[in-house]
Write a protein that binds this ligand. Structure first.
Ligand SMILES: O=C(O)CCC(=O)C(=O)O
Ligand SMILES: [Fe+2]
Length: 343
């Protein structure tokens, strides 16, 4: 790991992508423990405690880098973790986003939740995949052209994952982190995930465009899943917000995948520039089985390339968690059904 000095005028650009590879011996050791576990969602808090024990056995440099990723504002916005254990056998890629009924082992879930537990607490939202904690991100025929995680035939624009909220802000109770773990790559191996760090975006933007993006001239549309399942297809816009906020050395950024309504012509143009700049500064990752992306959902925006889905049970399959540092600040949207699932 390189040590970076952000203070002086000669300061080195902050590193925005962390790359972490497990040694084979560590992969095999945690793989053996994870393979012995049953479905973690049956008793999630017990399973999270067990994952904590298992992941604590990682080499301390790796453990610290993952913990630092979760806790420090100056840490990278995205982390690629390689050489993780995988399930010995895999069922077909689920077709409809329902929990996969015939999975014999839960190694993938253990990897996903174990990594998530180093960053914070997995959370669910009823409007996103029925409040499940482990999301299957898979291509769905009816959503192939949508700006959602079901899509495939279209580029999924740079966005962060937001949640509809009656407070009028969708960028407050949303996840702090996403973990995306690859169970199966797409047929051609061309599906790319992108991450554009807001620090790199701010540096690349023209100051006038940045000023517009820092002004409350934008209304975020609620996520596609909310609009589709709850609002009958109608737009549900947030209060006016800025796209970029906070200090230039540690900015926060939020863009809805499902459309942002700009309130002025300059704001509309700034959004177009933003998407182009994201493409320029982004990190590109072709996720493969045994690899996971740790994504800070406030420090940057992510996107996905087009790819071809065949709906043949062998399509691309990622597992995803939504992670909050804690549950306290979103307790106003708690459900009575589960301590981790929110409206
Ligand atoms: O499929 C991907 O690589 C990313 C999809 C996405 O934006 C998400 O799951 O939140
Ligand atoms: Fe996303």
């Amino acid at each position: 790991m390189t040590v970076i000095d952000h203070r002086g005028p000669q300061a080195v650009r902050p590193r925005t992508l962390a790359e972490i590879a497990l040694p084979d011996v560590a992969r095999d050791a945690i793989g053996r423990e994870l393979a012995a576990m049953s479905d973690p969602t049956k008793d999630i808090d017990r399973a999270m405690a067990r994952y904590y024990q298992i992941f604590a056995s990682l080499p301390v440099d790796i453990l610290q880098e993952m913990l630092d990723f979760g806790r420090h504002p100056d840490a990278p916005g995205v982390g690629l973790v390689r050489n993780l254990p995988v399930d010995a056998e895999l069922p077909p890629t689920p077709r409809d986003g329902r929990p996969c009924p015939d999975k014999a082992t839960y190694t993938a879930e253990g990897v996903l939740l174990g990594l998530s537990g180093l960053l914070g607490e997995p959370v669910g939202f009823l409007s996103e995949k029925d409040g499940q904690l482990v999301h299957d991100v898979i291509p769905v025929a009816t959503g192939a052209q949508s700006q959602t995680n079901q899509g495939s035939t279209v580029f999924l624009n740079f966005h962060n994952d937001i949640v509809h909220d009656v407070i009028g802000r969708y960028d407050v109770s949303n996840p702090d982190f996403l973990v995306l773990s690859c169970v199966r790559a797409d047929h051609e191996g061309v599906a790319a995930t992108y991450y554009a760090d807001a620090r790199d975006i701010v540096r690349a933007l023209d100051p006038q465009v940045l000023e517009v993006l820092r002004s409350p001239l934008f209304r975020l549309n609620a996520p596609g899943s909310y609009v589709r399942d709850v609002a009958g297809g109608a737009e549900v816009l947030s209060d006016p917000v800025a796209i970029i906020s906070g200090p230039d050395e540690a900015p926060e950024i939020s863009v809805s995948a499902n459309g942002v309504r700009a309130m002025t012509r300059a704001a509309e143009q700034a959004l177009e520039v933003l998407q182009a700049v994201c493409r320029e500064v982004s990190h590109e990752v072709f996720l493969r089985p045994g690899q996971a992306l740790l994504i800070n959902n406030r420090k940057g925006l992510h996107a996905r390339s087009q790819f071809t889905a065949r709906y043949d049970g062998r399509d691309r399959w990622l597992q995803r968690t939504y992670v909050r540092r804690d549950h306290w600040s979103i307790r106003y949207r708690a459900t009575s059904g589960s301590r981790r699932v929110h409206y």
